[in-house]
Write a protein that binds this ligand. Structure first.
Ligand SMILES: Nc1ncnc2c1ncn2[C@@H]1O[C@H](COP(=O)(O)OP(=O)(O)OP(=O)(O)O)[C@@H](O)[C@H]1O
Ligand SMILES: [Mg+2]
Length: 237
């Protein structure tokens, strides 16, 4: 791609399993609805299962592909699927491969035009290892993308979120927003992370509700209403 500063977002989390894929997919759907060409990337996905023909299938990338309504092949969305459910750096090393930050950066940019929206989901948390000698933060910096931070609404989240936000700011990256994802169960009803986190951050957080996995719509569809204002902001720039 010609443009050095791409248009898009790097979706990271305070941890693994906090809802990065769900949030990214909901956002992809909303952006595609607003007529943007969304280029989803989950450049490195570990913990992939082997399916037909012994192929590794990256489920996060598949979710992002569907939500983005893209006809890009999975191999372009996730060029580095890995089987061990470990950090990608370790998973690659165990398969005898060396995955460099340059490889991952190039994979994110491949097939992306200047006006496309590049939506990248990292792996694990913001400081989790991603490639050989590189953390997720290093990829966010290499891509020069604003960062959307996803956190689970549970006890301990205030500390984890503030640390991640400080890391994002110290690296000179733009914080596009903080999403407090209500994965549930909630714990003490007196807990109010929305109020406390917003106060500590000095800005509102986006709150999503727990969805019911038994419904016919995929879970990320349920998260769309909470993310609509963010999608509007991203669309209008
Ligand atoms: N708001 C929610 N309500 C109910 N379930 C949710 C919600 N958000 C996420 N989940 C579920 O929690 C699990 C983890 O979510 P998700 O896969 O999006 O996390 P992740 O941060 O992308 O994980 P990874 O680090 O493996 O990429 C999934 O099974 C997902 O369906
Ligand atoms: Mg994910």
């Amino acid at each position: 791609m010609a443009n050095q500063i791409p248009y898009g977002l790097f979706v990271t989390g305070t941890d693994t399993g906090v809802g990065k894929t769900q949030i990214a997919a909901a956002l992809a759907h909303l952006l595609a609805e607003r007529n943007l060409i969304v280029r989803p990337r989950k450049p490195v996905e570990s913990g992939c299962r082997r399916k037909k023909g012994n192929r590794l299938v990256p489920e996060d990338a598949r979710t992002l592909q569907v939500a983005s309504r893209t006809d890009e092949p999975l191999a372009q969305i996730c060029p580095y699927p890995m089987e061990p459910a470990l950090s990608p750096e370790r998973a690659a090393a165990l398969s005898g491969k060396t995955l460099t930050l340059d490889d991952v950066q190039a994979a994110c940019f491949k097939g992306v035009a200047d006006t496309d929206f590049l939506l990248v989901e990292g792996a694990g948390g913001f400081y989790s290892p991603l490639a050989s000698g590189a953390l997720n933060v290093d990829l966010a910096m290499a891509l020069s993308l604003p960062v959307l931070l996803v956190a689970a609404d549970r006890l301990g989240t205030i500390g984890h979120t503030l640390m991640a936000v400080e890391a994002i700011r110290r690296r000179g990256l733009t914080l596009a927003g903080v999403v407090l994802n209500r994965l549930g169960p909630y714990g003490d009803p007196l807990m109010d992370n929305v109020t406390d986190l917003s106060r500590w951050l000095g800005q509102p957080v986006i709150v999503t509700d727990r969805f019911d996995a038994s419904t016919t719509d995929p879970g990320w569809m349920m998260l769309c209403p909470a993310l609509a204002a963010l999608a509007d902001r991203l669309t209008t720039g």
